[in-house]
Design a protein around this ligand. Structure first.
Ligand code: ADP
Ligand code: ADP
Length: 227
């Protein structure tokens, strides 16, 4: 019962005459509700890993299972549908739509997923409440602080109840105190919803607060001791 499983995943890039191996029979499993920190130096392949786990990119070899379903044999359209339904993304910069309110930003992915306006609105308000930003739901992103914007972005990412939440430096542009509070809210949401979270971060304090940390070494995904 894995939320996410990478099985013998390989990925290389051609750079001129050279083959650059980023992933080499890499293995990773995330259980529902688990939080894993991905800590690796720039250029190690974090983006590549997140893109493959998020079905944005295909591995050369191996298989990616989301919610127990293999993605490799799916065509582009089915993969896109699976990504929209089963994966949520959070980035360092929120990418909220500036002309829409916080509530509408969280409603949109649900309406694209076929939910009616009323149900999407109720769910969006509940998630914003849960992220402790419910009182600001009518505000546009520009009227919110950086921490508030990230809370909205996290609510939006889980709006469709994905199996997997992938985050790339989700608190990277926040000061340490705000970062800690936003991370607390994210943690509560992960534990409550059972989404599995893979969170790339350079922040060792946050990494220590997750269930465990991993890094990339010679194409393998290996445990990282944060103590
Ligand atoms: P990170 O996110 O850890 O900084 P990336 O996954 O972006 O690392 O990239 C890992 C390595 O693969 C880097 O050396 C990068 O230059 C190389 N790389 C990334 N994408 C491509 C590509 N499309 N073609 C060739 N090389 C690439
Ligand atoms: P309470 O102490 O009232 O349970 P919570 O902070 O646990 O307060 O939850 C606030 C609201 O958010 C509740 O309506 C709860 O049902 C809802 N909620 C909690 N977790 C989630 C979740 N993962 N997704 C959507 N709604 C949630």
């Amino acid at each position: 019962n894995h939320a996410l499983r990478l099985a013998a995943v390989g990925k290389e890039y051609l750079q001129g005459e050279n083959r650059l191996t980023i992933l080499d029979a890499a293995e990773l499993t995330l259980a529902p509700g688990e939080m894993v920190a991905l800590v690796a130096p720039s250029g190690a392949g974090k983006s590549t890993l997140l893109h493959i786990a998020g079905l944005l990119d295909r591995p050369d070899t191996g298989e990616v299972y989301v919610g127990g379903v293999a993605s490799g044999t799916l065509g582009d359209e089915a993969r896109t549908a699976m990504r929209r339904q089963a994966i949520g993304f959070v980035y360092q910069f929120h990418h909220l739509l500036p002309e829409f309110s916080a509530l509408e930003n969280v409603m949109l992915p649900q309406m694209i997923g076929g939910l009616d306006r009323k149900a999407a609105s109720a769910r969006a308000q509940e998630l914003l409440d849960y992220m402790r930003i419910g009182a600001r739901s009518e505000h546009r992103p520009a009227e919110l602080s950086g921490g508030e914007q990230q809370r909205v972005a996290i609510a939006r990412a889980v709006a469709n109840s994905p199996h997997v939440l992938l985050a790339d430096e989700p608190t990277g542009n926040l000061d340490p105190t705000t970062s800690g509070y936003v991370f607390d809210a994210l943690t509560a949401l992960v534990r409550q919803s059972g989404v599995a979270a893979l969170i790339a971060t350079h922040n060792h304090d946050l990494a220590r607060r997750m269930d465990h940390a991993i890094t990339l070494e010679a194409g393998k995904i290996v445990p990282l001791d944060m103590s």
